[in-house]
Design a protein around this ligand. Structure first.
Ligand code: FCB
Length: 497
């Protein structure tokens, strides 16, 4: 890989709009400062009394019958109970306990204590009226060291959770991997090691056999791109590496792991559906020069097509492969048959949408819209419409579920104990409206999940950013419905805006 490509990749990671704020890394902070000059406003959460946050009841914005209104969480971000019932260590335990890696040194040791409070949280979901709940299964709870006989106590926890969902008539959607790789596998090379993909398929197989009768929808790997960009390029997520050559080999192995898990589900005889969970970022040219158009196209290759094309077309995008170069570790790591595995037919695509990206002719990025409290997130609902319609146009009519969409707000309870997150209501309303336009224009969208059900451990940002519909007081672990939760309950009741 040329030095230029390496620099470009590192810069792309630093500017990437992926999961956590890149501003905590010196690398990202320095770069974004210069490029973000076009917009300084922080949007989304400000108190906006002049704008009515309640949606006008418009009978035109009803969703199809049976639409799956939901909310999402992930294991490490909410469960806590880090050392209980045979759970092993994950890369996020190691990373968050390393000084300087997370804000305030926060860890997921206790988080929202969901492992102990899941019954109360199930009741909250019922009160919200959720029809779908997306959560993740913690690999180190099932296999402490990432391989071998599954830990029954870990499986039992998820069975109790699944039973509780079924009792409340909420459809479960289970993600197999939301970044908490068993540390023992990391010690053997983690996702750089091809064998980790095989270990993942074994773990998935154990889960399918134990819980396959209770889960109608499985998602394989949450946001492989974020592992690549934040875990291996910018390094501000576990395992904290900055190694562009390794990063795209990791991408290939994550894709391979996805395909192997799809095959394992089919072989298990379980009846559930399965698909990938991809954070897609529409990449627009920052201006109308040909250079910006070309750069945006390549950026789109790294952000979106690398993952979509390999799964839905059975080939990595040529422009990305050419940019990486034939001697790159990724290209050398692709073996015969891998793309056939990766493109094993899936039943649905989970789309996670947070932000657009605007690319300059020089390959940098600029901001055009106000950002949320997460400085990587520009608020642009039209980007969701563009993403959904683009997927349907370019990849066919695969059923789509939106599995994450939301923003952080500096929520604090008022003197009367209520949490008035008017900005979140506006954000969600505008994105739900964009999703509705996409449905109207033919996108086979079947469900929508707010990120997140609860305030939780936001990775490198620790507990500073609050993304939940439900406020969590981490001292007492008391939960409080925010204004957005009350609003969302009405949306669900009305089946639309
Ligand atoms: C996504 C992650 C999720 C959460 C949100 C804010 O990229 O999948 O865990 O951190 O961002």
């Amino acid at each position: 890989m040329s030095l230029l490509t390496r620099r470009r990749l590192l810069r792309r990671a630093a500017l990437s709009a992926s999961a956590a704020s890149a501003a905590r890394t010196g690398l990202a902070g320095a770069t974004t400062a210069g490029l973000a000059a076009s917009t300084t406003a922080v949007g989304g959460c400000e108190d906006t009394p002049a704008r009515d946050p309640e949606p006008a009841p418009d009978p035109g914005l009803r969703f199809p019958d049976g639409f799956g209104w939901g909310a999402a969480t992930s294991a490490y971000q909410i469960e806590g109970a880090a050392k209980e019932d045979g759970r092993g260590e994950s890369v996020w335990d190691t990373f968050s306990r390393t000084p300087g890696r997370t804000r305030n040194g926060d860890t997921g040791d206790v988080a929202a204590d969901h492992y102990h409070r899941y019954a109360e949280d199930l009741d909250l979901m019922r009160e919200l009226g959720l029809r779908s709940y997306r959560f993740s299964i913690s690999w180190p709870r099932i296999q402490a060291d990432g391989s071998g006989r599954p830990n029954q106590r870990g499986l039992d926890f998820y069975r109790r959770l699944l039973d509780g969902l079924h009792e409340r008539d909420i459809a479960p959607m289970a993600t197999l991997f939301h970044w908490d790789l068993p540390q023992a596998l990391q010690d053997d090379g983690g996702w750089e090691n091809r064998d980790t993909a095989e270990r993942f398929a074994d773990y998935a197989d154990a889960v399918f056999h134990a819980l396959g009768d209770r889960v109608p929808v499985w998602l394989t790997i949450n946001e492989p791109k974020t592992v690549v960009q934040n875990g291996y390029l910018s390094g501000h997520h576990a395992p904290g590496r900055q190694d562009a050559a390794a990063a795209y080999l990791v991408a290939h192995h994550l894709q391979l792991a996805h395909g192997l898990a799809v095959r394992a589900l089919r072989a298990s005889g379980a009846t559930g559906r399965i698909g990938p969970a991809l954070n897609l970022h529409p990449c627009y040219p920052a201006d109308d020069t040909a250079g910006a158009a070309a750069a945006a196209r390549l950026h789109d290759g790294y952000e979106n097509r690398l993952y979509l094309d390999s799964i839905f077309k059975g080939a990595y995008p040529q422009d990305v492969l050419a940019d990486l170069g034939p001697d790159s570790r990724m290209v050398r790591g692709i073996r015969d048959g891998d793309l056939a595995t990766i493109s094993s037919p899936v039943d649905l695509l989970a789309v996670q949408y947070y932000t657009p990206i605007y690319v300059t002719g020089a390959g940098g990025t600029v901001r055009k819209w106000p950002t949320s409290e997460a400085d990587w997130q520009q608020i642009y609902p039209q980007g969701l419409y563009d993403t959904l319609t683009r997927v349907t146009r370019d990849y066919g009519r695969v059923p789509i579920t939106i599995t994450e969409n939301g923003l952080p707000c500096p929520d604090v309870p008022g003197s009367d104990g209520t949490v008035d997150d008017a900005g979140r209501v506006i954000f969600l309303r505008d994105h739900v409206a964009a999703a509705h336009r996409a449905v109207r224009d033919g996108v086979p969208l079947e469900s929508y999940h707010v990120w997140s059900l609860l305030d939780n451990f936001e990775w490198a940002e620790g507990y500073d950013q609050r993304w939940g519909l439900v406020y969590v007081d981490y001292q007492s672990q008391r939960r409080v419905f925010k204004r957005s939760a009350h609003w969302y309950r009405e949306v669900i009741r009305r089946n639309g805006l």
